[in-house]
Design a binder for this molecule. Structure first.
Ligand code: UFG
Length: 323
């Protein structure tokens, strides 16, 4: 298929672009490079430097490209920042994403694969979290993603635009060529590995008094190549749908630190710090639906393998993309 990947210079978009190209698809990346890196764009892909806020450029690019599908990774994703500046999140993650949906309709695109998030569930009323679990976001980031899920639902009803909304749990890991390089970095695994690299003195554990087995927050870490596999399967889904994407294994902050110690051989000093605002105690996915409907099967099920892939990428790219 010929696919436009919006946000293909970002962490998950770059890995997904590589995976699509490896599997014989043709890809054009559309990215503003505001948070992405030019060096993260697979050299086999086409590239249009543009912002989804530039409606004319987007409309023209989609029309000219004759794409069969568009994938949307081009969002802001920092929960804390969204609590400081909700407008930034609704403008980009909702308004600009609507530009993309309009361009898809006008350009005759068949399907959109959208990066949604576990943050649409807020503090869930059941674990594991199913597609039917009540969605009640507790921050503007999660709300902006939920709003666009609803936009897609109505564009499907009204315009017949097919879609898959993939609700990622905690994206992690790296491929041989592409990894995570955020500025500032807020995610647990890259920060832990910065300690092992000697770039930080210690890892701060945000709270050890949660109602979880060891008192630290539990998350469902999913490798970006498993996310990429889900995106490719979604291209051929017979109907539109929403899918939760995790491994179903809940791992605590302390368990992740322990796994990183094993992988790196570094002692990784840790210190307990106050809770971080807005952190739900446990987020674990039930991904039976996507396994059953689309045949998705995660390949990376344990923390050490996921962390190993990141550690390998960091050895090759100690300062990230260097741009
Ligand atoms: N944590 C620490 N110390 C740190 C960084 C994180 O203890 O230095 C803890 C957090 O408090 C949390 C866990 O590690 O309990 C994971 O934190 P991350 O920041 O890595 O990830 P989040 O679970 O906060 O959020 C991620 C994405 C969101 C997405 C969410 C869905 O960043 O965009 O997963 O589960 F919505």
């Amino acid at each position: 298929m010929k696919i436009m990947v919006c946000g293909g210079a970002g962490y998950i978009g770059s890995a997904c672009t590589e995976y699509l190209l490896d599997n014989g698809h043709e890809v054009v990346v559309f990215d503003s490079l505001v948070t992405g890196h030019e060096a993260a764009i697979d050299p086999r892909a086409g590239f249009i430097k543009g912002d989804l806020g530039n409606r004319d450029l987007l409309m023209q690019s989609v029309k000219d490209g004759q794409f069969e599908a568009i994938m949307h990774f081009a969002a802001f994703s920092l929960v804390g920042e969204s609590m400081q500046d909700p407008g930034k999140y609704f403008r980009n993650n909702l308004c600009n994403a609507i530009n993309m949906a309009d361009a898809a309709v006008a350009g005759g695109v068949r399907t959109i694969v959208f990066s949604s998030t576990a943050a649409t569930f807020g503090e869930p009323d059941e674990i594991p979290i199913r597609e039917t679990t009540t969605q009640c976001p507790i921050n503007p980031y999660g709300e902006s993603k939920l709003c666009f899920e609803k936009v897609l639902y109505w564009y499907n009803k009204v315009h017949g635009l097919q879609y898959a909304a993939l609700r990622y749990f905690n994206a992690a890991g790296a491929t041989e060529n592409f990894g995570e390089d955020h500025n500032p970095e807020t995610h647990l695994i890259p920060i832990i590995l910065q300690v092992a690299q000697g770039k930080r003195e210690k890892i701060m554990i945000y709270g050890d008094d949660y109602d979880t087995p060891d008192g630290t927050c539990v998350r469902d870490y999913i490798h970006i190549l498993d996310l990429a596999q889900a995106h490719m399967l979604a291209l051929n889904a017979p109907e539109s749908g929403h899918y939760n994407l995790g491994t179903g294994n809940g791992l605590s902050v302390k368990e992740i630190i322990e796994a990183a110690r094993k992988v790196t051989g570094h002692e990784i000093p840790a210190e307990i710090a106050p809770r971080r605002a807005g952190d739900p105690p446990r987020l674990i996915a039930c991904s039976d639906l996507i396994k059953k409907k689309l045949g998705w099967q995660p390949q990376f099920e344990d923390a050490e393998t996921i962390i190993e892939s990141v550690w390998k990428w960091i050895q090759k790219n100690p300062d990230g993309y260097d741009d």
